[in-house]
Design a protein around this ligand. Structure first.
Ligand code: TXA
Ligand code: MG
Length: 332
């Protein structure tokens, strides 16, 4: 199969809609990362996503809908804070988990009685969802465990020859996946941190928890239990430039090509090392992280991550992805 990367013109959108309606899978941009979409009502189409990604069968998918789509068909009952959160943050990088009516394919939620729904903000994603005019089940458009894609080229690198169409909306402006928020309890609870922060949610809902699976417990958001965001080279997780330098020297002396990925302030102490610089602010680091991980894995034998010191805002989400990519144990 030839994989076509196409900019978002009318013809490409018509083709994308045709493919989705005939049960095929299409990659599309959002403001967070690229998604690999299929008709959420079709068992066979949803199963294709799992097969293409090599995704574990118990890791549920998010359903994406166009702004204005009536979700009352898909969700059962909701707490009082849910409409307030939708009004405040949607469209945007917030996925809300509701009790499900079970109308979409049972493969979407992998046997859970809940459904995750997202209304992406990016005009490109909205144009795609409006053209399709169906709820679209979509995980991030990377092979399972690999780094999430933030350009059409990243999607191509993982799925060349395996899908027909990648809609190209340019680089994603957000850079890390949406916040996943459990809206089935008395107070909302974050299952995956992202660009909409706990503080932002609490300011609208009055309160907001962050869920951490206890040892031995099956996590509420199964995706967070898996190895994730991994570059395809050796990685090391450090807390200081000194530690990184020692590893860098050892790898160089062994004939390897190390590279350090770190925030701007840390890079200034690493003058003679090859570095990939995340930036200074949380938003900048979120936007750059996945592209740099994918760049690093192409040239380095060892990618050394120095934990950013920046805190607050979107850094909870950034540190979560950073530590998982580098095998660290930062708690968020
Ligand atoms: O920004 C995003 O959310 C991107 C773009 C494409 O929209 N999508 C994305 O999908 O990151 P994925 O499949 O890579 O991650 C979905 C996460 C997983 O951790 C999954 O376990 C969780 O959402 N999830 C999905 N449905 C759920 C449900 N019903 N209950 C709890 N967690 C759920
Ligand atoms: Mg993913």
């Amino acid at each position: 199969m030839v994989t076509q990367i196409s900019s978002l013109n009318g013809q490409a959108l018509r083709k994308a809609a045709e493919l989705i309606r005939s049960g095929e899978v299409v990659a599309f941009p959002t403001e967070t990362v690229y998604g690999l979409g299929a008709n959420a009502f079709s068992d066979d189409a949803v199963k294709k996503i799992f097969a293409l990604k090599g995704r574990p069968a118990d890791n549920p998918l998010i359903v994406h809908v166009a702004l204005g789509y009536d979700i009352s068909l898909l969700i059962d009952c909701e707490p009082n804070y849910a409409p307030k959160l939708r009004a405040a943050f949607l469209p945007g990088p917030l996925t809300m988990v509701y009790p499900s009516t079970g109308k979409v394919s049972r493969y979407v939620s992998c046997g859970l009685n809940t459904l995750a729904i997202r209304v992406p903000a990016s005009p490109a994603a909205q144009a795609f969802l409006k053209a399709v005019d169906l709820p679209v089940a979509a995980p991030s458009a990377n092979l399972s465990k690999h780094v999430s894609p933030v350009t059409a080229r990243h999607v191509y690198d993982d799925f060349d020859g395996k899908i027909e169409l990648i809609l190209d909306g340019g680089p994603c402006s957000g850079g890390i996946e949406s916040t996943v928020l459990d809206c089935t309890g008395e107070i909302p609870q974050i299952l995956r941190e992202g660009l909409v922060t706990r503080e932002m949610i609490a300011s609208v809902a009055g309160d907001c928890g962050v869920y951490h699976a206890k040892a031995g417990e099956k996590p509420k958001s199964p995706g967070m239990a898996y190895k994730h965001y991994s570059p395809r080279c050796k990685t090391a997780y450090c807390r200081s430039a000194e530690e990184a330098m020692a590893l860098y020297r050892a790898e160089s002396e062994a004939g390897g090509t190390p590279c350090v990925l770190c925030e701007r302030a840390a890079a200034e102490n690493l003058k003679h090392c090859k570095t990939l610089v995340l930036g200074a602010s949380g938003e900048e680091m979120a936007r750059n992280l996945y592209a740099l991980l994918r760049q690093g894995e192409k040239s380095a034998t060892l990618l050394i991550g120095i934990e950013p010191k920046e805190r607050g805002g979107v850094m909870a989400g950034v540190l979560n992805r950073f530590s998982r990519a580098f095998g660290g144990n930062h708690e968020t």
